[in-house]
Design a protein around this ligand. Structure first.
Ligand code: EPU
Length: 426
């Protein structure tokens, strides 16, 4: 059989009760911004807590194209040395493998006043424009041209200014912050996003010597500096991976402890789970979930942080199929982020869809089937479903899952799940 005819799937035999402890890895969405921001320094940056996910491989490949040296010291420990960086156009396939490659726009523009790169890729969650990033660069004095699938963004000089974001976009906030660190004078981002990952990036930039204030609030100011130095940084835990394991514990565990979390980052999820009747004990950096006899239906509306995270509505939907009554999920961030519902319906879920919303009736028994991870968090929702379904669930397109969850099968195996990878005929 030719190699091209084979593909890898994840298989899960449902019904094995989970038990034990799991440790959450470093935040994917912080990492994918921290790695590009490292090129703003004029010396080596050491980052600890880097998750082993394919998005990191793609970003490392892009760093390689830029002649930036990446050394892996331990599994989660890298040194990025941009001393000999060369600002070449970013046109490799790695750029289109993930959305976060767009952070090289802000970073290279900030460092060199010029960047040329292909349109970034990433999960399809409906339209994902980058107009606010580009308007931010223009406000700082750059010109933006889009020709034959590539952006050229150039500035003779970047000058600080006031930028109001029409939508508090995570990506635009971080990209503008990176473009502004070397700009002349003060940049103020109003209606900035407040996600913890933004604070993490600002913390790294400040350790390098930048002057970023107000990250975590809706007004961020950046006072331009002349030089940024190498430093050491430890990434915050992944609140979305933590949320995924908390949800799957509520669905499938007798007793499970999730370690290395920042509970405050998970407030909106934990309060919903409490409303559902999930038994849990929250400690300083962990949460323990115990099996509950019956769970109640709830209504969720996704919002920018600190509201309910859009990234968690997909895995939560699977848990809602096990709750008594009708739950509703409204996604105000990505109204088309409901492809997982079609896959869950295939497994027996009673879900109705209307634009931007899903209505989930439960409890319903789920049955193993062949399903597709259409995007990263859809994959997470199918893993949760596979753990509680009757029979075997076969998940296709697992590269989406590997983009954002470190060793998800290994972590679940340790907890008692029967999960494995298989190569099957395409
Ligand atoms: N938006 C615009 N114009 C822009 C930018 C955003 O209209 O220029 C809109 C988007 O279409 C969306 C909303 O603003 O409706 C918010 O998007 P945001 O820019 O905040 O999202 P993002 O930066 O592209 C990050 C995460 C996503 C997460 C969203 C929302 C990374 C790499 N990605 O995306 O994570 O869903 O914030 O919290 O940080 C995931 O991890 O599975 C994932 C998709």
């Amino acid at each position: 059989m030719k190699e091209g005819n084979m593909k890898k799937v994840i298989k899960i035999e449902g019904g094995h009760e989970l038990n034990g402890e799991v440790t959450i890895s470093g935040s994917k969405n912080a990492t994918v911004a921290l790695i590009p921001s490292a090129i703003l320094a004029q010396g080596p940056i050491t980052i600890v807590g880097v998750p082993t996910i394919s998005d990191v491989d793609s970003l490392s490949e892009i760093l390689g194209d830029l002649n930036v040296k990446v050394t892996k010291l331990a599994q989660d420990h890298i040194i990025i040395d941009p001393t000999d960086i060369k600002n070449i156009p970013l046109e490799s396939s790695a750029v289109t493998k993930l959305r976060a490659s767009y952070y090289f726009m802000g970073a290279l523009l900030g460092r060199f006043g010029e960047v040329k790169m292909k349109m970034p890729g990433g999960c399809y969650l409906g339209p994902r424009p980058i107009d606010l990033h580009l308007k931010g660069f223009e406000a700082l004095g750059a010109s933006v041209k889009y020709e034959q699938g590539s952006y050229t963004i150039k500035a003779e000089k970047l000058v600080g200014t006031k930028i109001f974001l029409d939508i508090s976009s995570v990506g635009a906030t971080i990209n503008i912050m990176m473009a502004a660190v070397y700009a002349q004078g003060r940049t103020t981002i109003e209606n900035a996003a407040k996600e913890p990952e933004i604070i993490d990036v600002a913390t790294l930039l400040n350790k390098m010597g930048a002057q970023v204030r107000g990250a975590g609030t809706n007004e961020i100011t950046i006072d331009g500096v002349d030089k940024l130095m190498g430093c050491f940084h430890e990434i915050i835990p992944d609140r979305i991976e933590a949320g995924t394991f908390i949800i799957l514990a509520a669905a499938a565990a007798r007793k499970m402890k999730i370690n290395n979390i920042i509970p405050q980052h998970l407030d909106s999820l934990l309060s919903k789970l409490e409303e559902m009747g999930v038994k849990m004990m929250v400690e300083i950096d962990s949460v323990t979930i115990e099996k509950s006899d019956e769970l109640n239906a709830v209504s969720i509306k996704t919002l920018p942080y600190p509201g309910f995270a859009t990234d968690l509505q997909q895995p939560l939907t699977t848990l809602l199929t096990q709750c008594s009554g009708e739950s509703t999920v409204k996604d105000t961030i990505y109204p088309e982020r409901f492809k997982h519902c079609i896959e869950l319906q295939r497994m027996g879920a009673d879900i109705e869809l209307s634009p931007g919303k899903s209505f989930i009736k439960g409890p319903t028994k789920l049955y193993g089937d062949k399903v597709t991870a259409t995007d990263l968090r859809c994959g997470a929702s199918l893993v949760v479903a596979g753990l509680i379904a009757d029979g075997i669930t076969e998940i296709h397109e697992i590269s989406h899952i590997d983009r954002g969850y470190e060793d998800i099968d290994g972590k679940l195996k340790n907890l008692g799940a029967n999960i494995w990878r298989e190569e099957i005929e395409d």
